[in-house]
Design a protein around this ligand. Structure first.
Ligand code: BES
Ligand code: MN
Ligand code: MN
Length: 454
């Protein structure tokens, strides 16, 4: 048993207690009624970093929520690791679907249930405890910097400014991020690609006011009917997106690269069963892993209008709305896709309605080199801690700041997350395995050892 494993085992109850205290603070960044809690979480993270014995830690104010910055410098000639994570969480709604309250963490069957358990408090906190573990064992071989933000779930609006203003301070050899997942606990993996995001809101307006659907239905266009037709037309029979130019910049992978992606285990039968669906869908000619990792997609996230309360009201609505997101792949650019979507959506609107299209926050896709010293060190760490070589995977989610770090700091990220599909991030009953939390701390500590030698 490694020294790290022993230390983590001996201290696991305290590690979990501390994480539970962090999970109890409802740091929902999108909802202003939690503003004080979000700020309190930044202070909490700073205090825990100080206890883990960083040289200094500060809560840096921005025009939004603060960024927690900390560092532990051991030797300027040694490599430097910049840890990024986020302390904000998604809203817990719908509350009634939680088996235990989202901000009262509880362990059931080896899993910690709470909003943020996996995304990203549990994963971010592994790094604080890995630092403690290494220092307690006199085994911190690198300099470490922490940059933990509170606006990731709302688009990281103030992080770019902070990074640009602090290029010198943030200099590092790698950005280390645990905000992704592994295939499963038998098949560890390192993420080497993430999709980008373009997110639009549309309004389709018809008559000046809501009308009686009997008196006017059949003569005046119903904006909800029209919106549904417009949305339906955004995909063709092959599951491809019909927006002109949408695929123009998409990088097509070689057969070898596709074979590499499909080497990872993926059991579609089990996948369907776990998700409760009869049949899978998607773009023709691509496997499930390719549809998630290397192909762009378009989805309606929400659609509303008309009467949606109890009972029936006969109404021809004046307006209809939808929130539509597109996941992007290299080399699609969110601003360009926003523009293509807007132009197309306006062009397919019939004369019977008027449409308004407005973009929400988006983000660029990212891929990282698969042969870097950081990836090599991470592979060795997984070999030590899990007894297995990790797969290299591309995930479908988005972490827009990965491309920001590449552009502004010239540093690639190592995406070493330990979440599972079943952790239900952003959903009710989010969880994180106690095993994953503890094993993650050990794996991260081992990564530093190998990276320092590289
Ligand atoms: N941790 C996720 C991203 C993620 C999830 C990456 C699963 C890989 C696998 C992150 O907190 C997140 O939710 N990102 C948002 C985008 C952001 C701009 C709000 C997302 O992917 O929807
Ligand atoms: Mn996250
Ligand atoms: Mn998230």
């Amino acid at each position: 048993m490694s020294t790290f494993q022993t230390y983590v085992e001996e201290n696991q109850d305290r590690f979990l207690d501390e994480l539970f205290d962090l999970l109890r603070i409802p740091s929902v960044s999108t909802d202003s009624k939690f503003a004080d809690d979000v700020r309190r979480t930044a202070d909490f993270v700073k205090e825990r970093l100080l206890e883990a014995k960083v040289d200094k830690a500060e809560v840096v104010e921005t025009d939004g929520y603060p960024i927690v910055y900390a560092e532990k410098m051991v030797d300027p000639s040694k490599p430097t690791v910049l840890v990024y994570g986020h302390y904000d969480v998604q809203p817990a709604d719908p509350y009634e679907l939680w088996k235990s309250p989202p901000f009262e963490p509880e362990i059931r069957d080896g899993k910690i249930y709470a909003r943020g358990a996996c995304d990203d408090k549990g994963q971010m906190y592994m790094h604080v405890k890995a630092l403690e573990t290494m220092l307690a064992n006199d085994a911190l071989p690198c300099n470490v910097k922490f940059m933990i933000e509170g606006e990731e779930e709302v688009g990281s609006n103030h992080l770019a400014g902070f990074v640009k203003d602090n290029r010198e301070k943030l200099q590092a050899d790698v950005v280390l991020i645990s905000d992704t997942g592994i295939i499963d606990n038998e098949n560890p993996s390192i993420t080497v690609g993430l999709r980008g995001l373009s997110y639009m809101e549309v309004e389709v307006a018809g008559p000046r006011v809501d009308l009686h659907s009997g008196m006017f239905g059949g003569t005046v266009a119903n904006p909800i009917n029209v919106l549904c037709q417009m949305i339906a037309s955004l995909h063709d029979e092959q599951g491809r997106i019909t927006i002109p130019g949408f695929y123009d910049k998409v990088v097509e992978l070689s057969q070898e690269e596709r074979a590499e992606i499909n080497r990872a285990p993926q059991d579609d039968e089990k996948y369907k069963q776990e998700l409760g669906v009869q049949k899978l869908t998607g773009e023709d000619g691509y496997t499930t892993l390719e549809r998630i990792g290397i192909r762009p997609t378009l989805d309606v996230n929400g659609i509303w209008g008309g009467y949606i309360s109890e009972g029936a009201k006969t109404v021809l609505p004046s307006k209809a709305y939808a929130k539509i997101s597109m996941r992007l792949v290299p080399n699609q650019h969110p601003d360009e896709i926003d523009e293509l979507f807007t132009k197309h959506f306006e062009s397919i609107a019939p004369e019977t309605v008027q449409v308004k299209v407005s973009p929400h926050h988006g983000g660029e896709p990212a891929v990282v080199p698969t042969d870097s010293p950081a990836i090599e060190a991470a592979k060795q760490a997984f070999q030590d801690a899990w007894g297995k070589e990790p797969f290299l995977t591309r995930e479908g989610g988005s972490i827009p700041i990965v491309s920001l770090f590449q552009k502004e700091l010239g540093i690639d990220s190592l995406l070493m997350g330990f979440g599972l599909d079943e952790d239900a991030i952003h959903s009710p009953n989010e969880s994180y395995g106690v095993f994953n939390f503890l094993k993650g701390i050990e794996t991260i500590s081992l990564f530093y050892q190998h990276f320092a030698k590289a």
